[in-house]
Design a protein around this ligand. Structure first.
Ligand SMILES: [Zn+2]
Length: 423
């Protein structure tokens, strides 16, 4: 019954129209070759890119001097697993150019439905980590449980803290608690049976785990290091990549030590000088992370979102993030982009990347349209405009290598050979 309701919502309020052609020609544009733009025509035949003109061309789009790039990816969200979002959010992702999305902790009960829903040419392609894995009452407990209890107003949480502490309405849906190896063995069985595409674990101030896990505060811990390592190894044995939520430099170091594949954040300093030390990762550890090909999605917008933009703390944060990202990039480390903003797509984070200005225009274009999509779907032929690659492209009015703001000026969208149009 629920599924039927979703379908009706989709039909009524989704305003994307797609037109499938067997062969499309984008004529007179500049094609991104991974380094620069080259003036040539690009064709999409049977859903794939080709530079040889097909015998018959069903649709010709003149894009004189516009710029063709691969679509964007968002490597960190918690969106697209909720019914109410279906009426607007998939469209917002596509319209801003984001075709590939990685959900790092999802409401899992109806996940089979959402997986199927997001497997069409008119929707973004989404992979899901399913439940977040933490220890009892650790993060992301407070991001889910109070809301399921009907406590939408965070100022009410203090008065209800004991009720929240013992409530488990969303257990097994958005989060799984693991406090021992024995529990890990049992609970991971069910978790893997849910067929997650990737795995999300939580490291939250891991150096103070013993203290934080028994204090009055909820959500200020994650997994202890040894259980985080166990979950990581068990997941990787099954071919699953593991992303770690982190807060501090020690969380980062622990993640490198236990061998995670990616960081869902960078160390999240609030810009107050007295705490900076806790968030500073040593060059040695950064080098190790880069050598092990650990990817980092820094979530700049959400990290700085609560800081007054006119304050010194904000300036400190932006400078700290810029230095961290440039250092990691220079060491050969891979940076991904992902917004982590609930109910919003990627644009807010793309703007934050532009503001932080750690990367040249070319590098930012590659992060958003090549590296991130390929990290989400490594087995697919995406991220490049090459012969035989998926026929998914964006056309920009102006050159994004001259100004990254031009990434916001999309004039045409084609997904797997389908032309998308928006109201
Ligand atoms: Zn997140």
């Amino acid at each position: 019954m629920k599924i039927a309701i979703y379908t009706i919502l989709f039909l009524l309020s989704f305003s994307i129209f797609s037109f499938g052609q067997n062969s499309i020609g984008l004529i007179g544009g500049n094609i991104f070759d991974g380094k620069k733009f080259v003036k040539k025509d690009l064709y999409i035949a049977d859903g794939k890119i080709t530079f040889e003109k097909p015998g018959t061309l069903e649709k010709t789009i003149k894009i004189e001097n516009q710029f063709v790039i691969p679509p964007f990816g968002d490597a960190h969200t918690h969106n697209l697993d909720r019914e109410f979002q279906l009426t607007y959010l998939p469209e917002q992702y596509l319209k801003e150019g984001t075709f590939y999305v990685q959900n790092l902790t999802a409401k899992t009960k109806n996940i089979d439905y959402f997986r199927k829903y997001f497997s069409t040419k008119q929707t973004p392609d989404v992979i899901f980590a399913n439940q977040g894995i933490s220890s009892t009452s650790g993060h992301p407990f407070m991001a889910y449980e109070p809301y399921v209890m009907g406590l939408y107003d965070a100022s009410k949480w203090k008065d209800n803290i004991e009720k929240i502490r013992t409530s488990r309405l969303d257990e097994g849906n958005s989060y799984i608690f693991i406090d021992s190896k024995k529990a890990a063995k049992e609970k991971l069985k069910g978790f893997f049976a849910g067929k997650p595409d990737i795995v999300k674990i939580f490291l939250v101030d891991v150096g103070n785990f013993e203290k934080n896990s028994v204090d009055e505060i909820l959500g200020n811990s994650g997994l202890p290091a040894e259980l985080a390592e166990y979950v990581t190894k068990e997941s990787q044995k099954r071919g699953l990549k593991v992303y770690a939520h982190i807060d501090t430099a020690e969380d980062f170091e622990t993640g490198v030590k236990i061998g995670v594949d990616g960081f869902a954040h960078m160390p999240t300093w609030n810009g107050k000088p007295e705490t900076k030390q806790e968030f500073q990762v040593s060059k040695k550890v950064l080098e190790k992370a880069a050598n092990r090909n650990i990817v980092i999605s820094p979530t700049i917008a959400i990290t700085t979102g609560g800081t007054d933009k006119d304050s010194q703390e904000y300036k400190n944060q932006i400078e700290f993030i810029r230095q961290f990202l440039s250092k990691y990039h220079k060491l050969g480390g891979t940076i991904l982009i992902g917004s982590d903003y609930f109910n919003r797509p990627l644009t807010v984070e793309l703007k934050a990347f532009i503001e932080v200005d750690a990367f040249e225009e070319l590098e930012l274009l590659k992060i958003v349209s090549e590296t991130t999509p390929r990290a989400i779907f490594p087995e697919r032929k995406i991220g490049f405009l090459k012969e035989g690659y998926e026929g998914s492209v964006l056309v920009l009015k102006k050159n994004p290598l001259e100004d990254s703001e031009n990434l916001f000026g999309i004039t045409h969208w084609i997904k797997q050979g389908q032309i998308l149009k928006f109201d």
